[in-house]
Design a protein around this ligand. Structure first.
Ligand SMILES: Cc1cc2nc3c(=O)[nH]c(=O)nc-3n(C[C@H](O)[C@H](O)[C@H](O)COP(=O)(O)OP(=O)(O)OC[C@H]3O[C@@H](n4cnc5c(N)ncnc54)[C@H](O)[C@@H]3O)c2cc1C
Length: 445
């Protein structure tokens, strides 16, 4: 039997109501969907029962922080918020298993109490474990893989309702496919992570010429545990962030509302000036930004709160192509006088052995992001920049805006065809596909 949301017990057909659907929106507001209904699973068995007893379209949703239309469905939206929290941990192997609906921001403190910490985190921590790994979400650091690279084992509810425990020993192919699956192989319900002992980080931020930071990037990336830069548009400067382990005492005062508002205010000031005339103004303001330093537990330093809504395109390119690629993007923004004030983001990510991560394969990657305020139309800007990424052999972030389909993607990922075979064998009816995934995987039926 199926226990549905609000504790009611109904059959699957009874669940398929004809009530008007409640719209779903992603974080940036750029993607909207009208699912027939939401199915909020309260247990793995109940979810398996639902999948086995229904045959319509389904899409799993995490916290809706993807910019690309991975989640929309006019069938059932599968919500696993309730499959969350620490399930078990082992202090000898430094591994821990979480419900896959756990938000990254709910992991740090719990792991710390269990004597563990995640190796790395992305820029924010609002994502769910399942959602973040499905798109190969990553942080920065040449020594660190995307989050999927630290998954030891996962449990998958397949489209036909089977429960599979998958790891490298039991089924290496499915393991490599399912760790970055864009939610096309089934619903992930739990994940076991390889961790390390808790640690403290010191993060420094300063402003320097973009050209100099790019010249020294490899050196900084080798010295610091994490290093990244945020090149300012229509400017010669970038904000640099270096992060290293420390035993120094915690020093992490919360940003004052004035500080938080300062950058937004500066950006508004820049916008008032025509892009072609902005450089002296932005340079002058950049030169006034004071260096800063903060120290705290790793999970508090690695992630940020992003209050301003935006849309984003991110591609990863082989490291050797990183600096030329970002320089060409900055020059294009300047030459074409594109009216964008959002900084770019430039970071390194280690190679890994999943099939579809942006850094999978034999070389480490540089990832480059461009952003557009959510209230503005991102298309003209992103359309102009995207071919530059292609020129340098870029692979798009699955969770961010891009326009590639199966023809191009199959050339970027050596194991793409094998992924498609596994997808088709697990989901022959294509119930986990939406229009976007059909395009990604070249499915025409
Ligand atoms: C402000 C902001 C900052 C960001 N920073 C970074 C960053 O630093 N690095 C980076 O790499 N990315 C970053 N991202 C992108 C973000 O990490 C990814 O898009 C991530 O996939 C979002 O996770 P989510 O939980 O919101 O999942 P959703 O966006 O809801 O879903 C993402 C994918 O996961 C699938 N999925 C969800 N749950 C399941 C499940 N249980 N089983 C199977 N599949 C599932 C969905 O179907 C979908 O395909 C950022 C996004 C935002 C908005």
């Amino acid at each position: 039997m199926l226990a549905i949301l609000y504790g009611a017990t109904r059959s699957a057909s009874a669940f398929s109501s004809t009530k008007p659907s409640v719209p779903w929106r992603n974080w940036s507001g750029g993607v909207v969907a009208f699912p027939k209904a939401r199915f909020s699973a309260t247990s793995e068995e109940q979810l398996a029962d639902f999948m086995a007893s229904t045959n319509g379209a389904v899409r799993p949703v995490g916290s809706g922080h993807s910019f690309s239309p991975l989640v929309p469905t006019d069938g059932h939206l599968i919500v696993i918020d309730q499959l969350a929290g620490l399930l078990d941990h082992d202090s000898k192997t430094l591994t821990a298993t979480f419900g896959a609906g756990t938000r990254l921001g709910d992991i740090g403190r719990v792991l710390e109490a269990a004597g563990q910490a995640m190796f790395n985190l992305p820029d924010i921590d609002r994502q769910t474990l399942a959602g973040a790994t499905a798109t190969a979400t990553h942080g920065t650091g040449i020594a660190f893989k995307c989050l999927s690279g630290y998954v030891n084992r996962l449990r998958l509810v397949t489209p036909s309702g089977d429960l599979l425990d998958v790891d490298a020993a039991s089924d290496p192919d499915l393991f490599n496919a399912a760790r970055v699956s864009v939610g096309a192989l089934g619903i992930v319900t739990r994940m076991s992570l390889r961790n390390r002992l808790p640690f403290r980080l010191k993060q420094k931020s300063w402003v320097e010429k973009t050209e100099d930071l790019l010249d020294a990037f490899d050196e900084h990336a080798a010295v610091y545990r994490h290093f990244e830069i945020f090149p300012l548009t229509h400017s010669d400067y970038a904000i640099a962030l270096s992060t290293e382990e420390t035993d120094d005492p915690v020093k992490n005062p919360p940003a004052t509302p004035e500080e938080e508002a300062a950058f937004d205010e500066a950006m508004r000031g820049w916008m008032a000036v025509a892009p072609g005339e902005r450089r002296p103004l932005v340079n002058a303001l950049a030169e006034q930004i004071e260096p800063s330093e903060r120290i705290d537990a790793s999970y508090k330093i690695l992630t940020n709160i992003r209050n301003s809504r935006f849309n984003e395109m991110e591609y990863s390119v082989p490291i050797a192509a990183g600096a030329p690629c970002i320089k060409e993007i900055l020059k294009t923004i300047s030459d074409k006088k594109i009216d964008v004030v959002f900084p770019l983001e430039y970071r390194y990510v280690s190679r890994d052995d999943t099939w579809l991560s942006m850094s999978s394969g034999h070389e480490d990657h540089a990832s480059i992001s461009i952003h557009r305020t959510a209230s503005q139309d991102y298309r003209p800007y992103f359309d102009l920049i995207e071919p530059i990424f292609w020129k340098y052999g870029g692979r798009p972030h699955w969770g961010k805006i891009h326009s590639l389909g199966a023809d191009q993607l199959s050339k970027l990922y050596p194991e793409f065809e094998r992924f498609l075979e596994i997808r088709a064998s697990l989901d022959p009816q294509g119930r986990m596909l939406n229009d976007h995934l059909r395009k990604l995987f070249g499915v025409t039926t």
